[in-house]
Structures are given as structure tokens and as C-alpha cells.
Design a protein around this ligand. Structure first.
Ligand SMILES: [Cu+2]
Length: 347
């Protein structure tokens, strides 16, 4: 930018104070704003140029000055110039925008994951430790946070203007977006996809805390059960371990260590096992049969809520080993790390 940083900061602050621009509270926000202002400047330049030429030519070529029309041959230099300059400008904006896009939608590997479920008309956030929030989201400052978004009914869109991020929450599909907050405080959450009567009321607040404050908040807001522990309960109450027992003669494949691997399917293909795959395999098992097993698993469509699916997925993610661990559910402690449940043996 050809503007000095001091003037630039003053300008941003002034716009923010007058409510014309949301605060810049994430690492990506200043980069997003830089692109935004370049686009505004290009638009202003184009508008001024066109209006000025319209006025100039109207005066210069009015009928009194040029009673007889002139035959103009055209100019290759002029045509190449007005093609190349806008092309270069547009390509710069395109590449710049694409780089920002890839940055926003590719979370760093060490990002902490929070699930956000949209439904008419509220946002539910689920932290790994089992903390649940409605229309609120607490996040630590200076830590990359990935949001895994899904909708329970129609299309929604999760937007935090102060972080300059937004992503669609779509039924039946996990979407992710990430940010790293740079300033403590509270910021608005909006739904930016029209989703029915109370769409405009589908709002909330993000509270950015220091890492210490976040720790204290997480400790005081836990229900005592992490997502994985809730999933462990559901796993046994739905009797998943009847087939996924891990025993050599079990009717279903063992789920220990399956997350993050490449799985050979019965149809000959292979698939990378991520959250989305696990969710789909529970809902439409017939399309995701592991090689060597028969398609006997019934669908659980309509029987498990989105929250329940998240719990199950988080539980399966914790199954790393094939040790039969006889830890009882009532003894489980509210931590993120959950030891494998009874019944989960042999990969
Ligand atoms: Cu909505």
C-alpha cells in the first residue's frame, strides 16, 4: 500500500470507531482488509476515469465543434493498453484472493477443533472437553482454532466479521474454517445465509479470552464428560460393540486406530478416514463397507442427533490401541484423552 502505516492505522481506527468497519481481531483480518481496500481503490480509480472521460468527450465533441462525423480507424496501441492494464490488475486481485482463500480454508495441523452445529435458529458450539454453548463461543487468544461446521436442518452460514471469516453450515456435510484471534474481547456472530423466519435472530457472541482465562472457563463450564466420553456411552448404549468388538470373528471391523488411515473398501476403492467419513459410515454404512466384511450394518439415519454423531466420531478418534481396557464408564474422568472402551480390541 502506498500509504504510511500511521495514516493507515488511523484510517482503520476511525472507520471502526464509527461502526463502518468491524474490529480487526484475527491474524487474517489485516490481510483481508488490505485486499478489500485495494479493490475499493481500483473501483474508485475506474469510476473517476470513466466519468471524467464522459464529461471531457461530451464537451470536446459536441455538435458545435464537430458538425461532420469523422471516420476513426482505431489504434492497436490503445486497444492493447486498455486490455492489458485491467487484465494485470484483475490477475493480481485473483491471485491475491486465491492465496487468502487457501489460507482461510486450510487449518494448521495444530489447530484446536470446536464443532459448531447450526439449526433454526441458533448456533450450538461443542468443545472437545464437552463444554456446550448456545449462541456463544469462547476461544483462546493466539491459538489457531478450527471450526467444524454442520447444519441440522437448512443451509446456514457462520460468520464472525471481526475475524473476517465465514463458512457455510450445510446439512449432512462437515465444513471447516479457522482463525487465530489476536485481541481479547467480545465480537458478533451472524448467520449470513437466509434460513427462515428468525434468520436475523440467529446471532451470538464470540468471547476471546487469554489462554489462562480460557483454561479457567473450560474447567468451570464442563459438564464432566468430554465429547469422546459421551460418544463412548452412546457407543455402548447403541450396542455398536456387538459387531465392532475387535475380536477376530467379529461381524464388523475393529475401529481402533482406523482414524487417519487409508481404508480399503469392499467396492475396491480406498478412502481416507476423517471425521466426514466416520459420520457417513454411521449414517449410510452400505456405501462404506470395509473390504472383507459384508454389508450387514443397518443405517442409523434419523436415530442419532448431530450432537450424538459428533460424540461418536470423537470417541472413535480416540481409539488408538487394541488393548482391552476394562475401565468402567462411571470411573471416567473429564479429560480430553479417553482410554479405549471395553470391547474395543484387536485392529
Ligand atoms: Cu441461519
Amino acid at each position: 500500500m502506498p500509504i504510511s502505516p500511521v495514516i493507515w492505522q488511523f484510517w482503520q481506527k476511525w472507520l471502526t470507531n464509527f461502526g463502518l468497519l468491524p474490529a480487526e481481531a484475527s491474524t487474517v483480518a489485516p490481510q483481508m482488509d488490505a485486499l478489500f481496500w485495494v479493490l475499493v481503490l481500483i473501483s474508485i480509480f475506474g469510476t473517476v476515469l470513466v466519468v471524467a472521460l464522459v464529461i471531457y468527450f461530451s464537451a470536446r465533441y459536441q455538435k458545435d465543434n464537430h458538425p461532420v462525423a469523422e471516420d476513426i480507424e482505431g489504434s492497436t496501441v490503445l486497444e492493447v493498453t486498455w486490455t492489458l492494464i485491467p487484465l494485470i490488475l484483475f490477475m493480481i486481485c485473483f491471485v491475491w484472493g486465491a492465496l487468502l482463500y487457501f489460507r482461510i480454508f486450510n487449518p494448521p495441523a495444530n489447530a484446536m477443533n470446536i464443532y459448531v452445529v447450526g439449526k433454526q435458529w441458533m448456533w450450538k458450539a461443542e468443545h472437545p472437553g464437552g463444554q456446550h454453548e448456545i449462541n456463544a463461543l469462547h476461544v483462546p487468544m493466539g491459538v489457531p482454532v478450527q471450526l467444524t461446521l454442520i447444519s441440522q436442518d437448512v443451509f446456514h452460514s457462520f460468520s464472525v466479521p471481526a475475524f473476517r471469516v465465514k463458512r457455510e453450515a450445510i446439512p449432512g456435510h462437515y465444513n471447516t474454517v479457522w482463525f487465530e484471534a489476536t485481541k481479547t474481547g467480545t465480537y458478533d456472530i451472524f448467520c449470513t445465509q437466509y434460513c427462515g423466519t428468525a434468520h436475523s435472530a440467529m446471532i451470538g457472541t464470540v468471547t476471546v479470552l487469554t489462554p489462562e482465562e480460557y483454561k479457567a472457563w473450560a474447567a468451570s463450564s464442563t459438564s464432566g464428560m468430554s465429547l469422546a466420553q459421551n460418544g463412548e456411552r452412546l457407543f455402548s448404549s447403541m450396542q455398536c460393540n456387538a459387531c465392532h468388538s475387535g475380536a477376530p470373528d467379529a461381524r464388523g471391523p475393529s475401529l481402533a486406530g482406523v482414524y487417519g488411515t487409508k481404508l480399503q473398501l469392499a467396492n475396491g476403492g480406498d478412502v481416507y478416514v476423517d471425521e466426514a467419513f466416520l459420520r457417513q459410515a454411521i449414517l449410510s454404512p452400505s456405501q462404506h463397507v470395509t473390504a472383507g466384511y459384508s454389508p450387514i450394518m443397518p443405517t442409523y439415519q434419523g436415530q442419532i442427533s448431530e450432537d450424538g454423531l459428533i460424540d461418536l466420531v470423537e470417541y472413535i478418534k480416540t481409539l488408538h490401541t487394541d488393548d482391552r481396557n476394562q475401565q468402567t464408564l462411571t470411573n471416567s474422568t473429564p479429560t480430553n484423552a479417553v482410554t479405549p472402551a471395553a470391547g474395543m480390541v484387536k485392529p
